[in-house]
Unconditional design. Structure first.
Length: 79
């Protein structure tokens, strides 16, 4: 089994939930909340279920978030 890509250490679940409450982009909100559950210790499968996507999409979100921060979860960056 492949090792999951770790989330960047300069955020945590509380900060992502804070950003999700203030986001005006529904897709970004969903993505932030899905990543927040990973920070909480839930599995990537649980994050995928919450986000309504597959594991590969969650991996893509993690990579976009790690590169661009919360802005990576908007529009074309997050697909």
């Amino acid at each position: 089994m492949a090792v999951p890509v770790p989330l960047r250490p300069d955020y945590d679940s509380a900060s992502l939930r804070f950003l999700a409450r203030r986001s005006k982009d529904a897709d970004q909100t969903r993505r932030l909340l899905a990543l927040a559950v990973i920070y909480d210790g839930s599995s990537r499968s649980e994050a995928a279920k919450l986000g309504g996507v597959g594991l590969q999409v969650v991996r893509d979100w993690v990579l976009a978030f790690n590169t661009l921060g919360p802005d990576g979860l908007i529009g074309k960056h997050a697909a």
